[in-house]
Design a protein around this ligand. Structure first.
Ligand code: NAD
Length: 495
């Protein structure tokens, strides 16, 4: 779609009404104190968010449970459910720009990226799972001839989805669409700093014909609303994207409550590995800058550790720094901006803390390192490149989730592989080489959910996004995601 600045500015000037909770098809105030929503663009107060108490969460879960039990959604003919999800995708398409602008005001992603990654991919995801829902069959097992052993796939019941702030619509759709497609009810808990577009999505879902109670949204603090949801005995499956620290808590809540299944998509510290025989080092340098700096580094699969063969290290870092300096940091609603705002002041302060620690530990700051555009009142950071980062440094081991790149040289393939795997994470990786055998060896050797070769960050709804090690378990996207939302049940019938 062609974007024009005047339309974006007009949409961005619209006031945003105080947000409510969606429970059983009704918009209600939360019992907690409403939370201010501050825009990362200029720090201004946009609106307020309802804060769901444990009681509100219990009501949402009970509504989801009742909707599941009476079969108002799961017993609808598959063709009818498919039509509803297609209608929802069409409604998202109709609202692409308003949704994208609202999301940018809420979370700070640059508008160019937001249009494609947020409503664009959400609509695509709902269409994909709408089409999938009547193509998943049961099975008949090859047992002895006087028995019919049928394997049914049944919806699991109530799915709780807890999502982060970086791409709320996209990640929300990755969970809500397959859960609904398989006939489950959903209670969604968006992040405090990116709830508004998901509330609008829920409104559109009602308009599309998702029955009341099937899709509920509760907003509020993670330690109150999210915790109550994760402890709820009404929830059968918990699907989560966010930090490892929260993921750990969710497993504890599951153990303390009803042993609900937990699928965790967590953080990363993904290595982007450049060999001297890369087909085009200049192109690789530009791609390496994009890999870490797009969306101000707030991307789970960001290539945040650059491993470069020592013989080309200095030249490569210089080219990368040049490319980074050309990326314009600014108001995310401006079409000329390439790097928007950091989501919150807390996140910005955390990013700056990483840079300070890296410098203390012996890292060399090549470009950036500081806050910028402070006069706007918003939260912005310069793209930052730190060289001489060693495996024992904090910047090597911990996820920043900001525009900070850690660079480390290596001398041969074995060292590159060792360095690549030397963190607790295993989400994504990149390898740049002209040597086909080496590329395959690295794909096999790197422990991560995806390894990109001679590119970084390609993705499609048809391929899974999954982590290994402490980057999580289970898969979002693709047909594999459906496994999280069904139970297998066997009927063993004596003939
Ligand atoms: P976060 O863990 O702080 O918050 C995520 C969600 O959990 C929010 O909705 C929050 O309110 C909720 N939450 C917080 N504490 C909770 C608690 N005690 N109980 C229940 N819910 C709670 O993460 P974030 O800062 O919003 O997101 C950034 C993180 O997400 C990064 O680590 C990033 O790598 C990760 N991420 C991963 C993927 C992936 O697919 N693997 C994608 C995007 C982001």
């Amino acid at each position: 779609m062609t974007l024009d600045q005047a339309t974006i500015d007009r949409l961005a000037a619209a006031p945003v009404a105080p947000a409510k909770l969606l429970i059983n098809g009704e918009w209600t105030e939360g019992e907690g104190e409403p939370m201010p929503v501050l825009s990362p663009i200029d720090g201004s107060r946009m609106t307020t968010l309802a804060s769901a108490s444990a009681g509100d969460v219990a009501r949402a879960c009970a509504a989801a449970r009742a909707a599941f039990e009476d079969g108002r959604w799961r017993n609808m003919a598959p063709a009818a459910r498919k039509a509803v999800l297609h209608r929802l995708a069409d409604l998202i398409d109709r609202e692409t720009l308003p949704l994208a602008v609202l999301g940018v005001r809420d979370n700070g992603t640059d508008i160019g990226m937001a249009v494609k990654a947020e409503p664009g991919s959400a609509a695509q995801t709902f269409r994909y799972y709408a089409e999938a829902l009547d193509k998943v069959y049961g099975e008949i097992a090859p047992v002895q001839s006087n028995v019919l052993a049928m394997i049914h796939r049944e919806p699991v019941g109530v799915v709780a989805a807890i999502v982060p702030w970086n791409f709320p619509l996209m990640i929300g759709a990755w969970k809500v669409a397959p859960a609904l497609a398989m006939g489950n009810s959903v209670v969604l808990k968006p992040a405090e700093t990116a709830s508004l577009t998901l509330l609008r999505l829920a409104e559109l879902a009602l308009e599309a014909g998702v029955p009341p109670g099937v899709f509920n949204v509760v907003t509020g603090p993670g330690r109150v609303t999210g915790e109550a949801l994760a402890l709820s005995p009404d929830v059968d499956v918990l699907v989560f994207t966010g930090s490892g620290a929260t993921g750990r808590r969710l497993l504890q809540y599951s153990a303390q409550s009803n042993l609900k299944r937990c699928y965790l998509e967590l953080g990363g510290k993904s290595p982007n590995i450049v060999f001297a025989d890369a087909p085009d080092l200049g192109a690789a340098a530009k791609a390496a800058a994009m890999a870490i700096f797009r969306n101000a580094g707030q991307v789970c699969v960001a290539g945040s550790r650059l491993l470069v063969e020592a013989s080309v290290h200095d030249r490569f870092v210089a080219e990368l720094a040049e490319a980074a300096k050309k990326m314009k940091v600014g108001n995310p609603l401006s079409l000329s901006t390439q790097i928007g705002a950091v989501n919150s002041l807390t996140q910005l302060e955390g990013n700056l803390g990483f840079v300070a620690d890296a410098a203390r530990e012996g890292g060399e700051i090549v470009i950036g390192g500081g806050r910028t555009l402070e006069e706007t009142g918003g939260w912005y950071m310069d793209p930052t490149v730190v060289t001489n980062v060693q495996p024992q440094h904090r910047l090597y081991q911990q996820e920043v989730f900001g525009p900070v790149l850690a660079v480390t040289p290596f001398t041969d393939e074995a060292e590159a592989l060792r360095l690549a795997n030397a963190t607790e994470f295993g989400l994504a990786a990149g390898v740049w080489t002209s040597n086909l055998s080496r590329a395959h060896r690295m794909v096999r050797g790197i422990r991560s959910g995806v390894v990109h070769v001679n590119t970084y960050g390609g993705a499609d709804i048809t391929v899974p996004l999954s982590g290994t090690k402490q980057s999580g378990n289970g898969a979002d996207k693709s047909m594999h995601a459906l496994d999280k939302y069904v139970d297998l049940k066997t009927a063993w019938i004596q003939l």
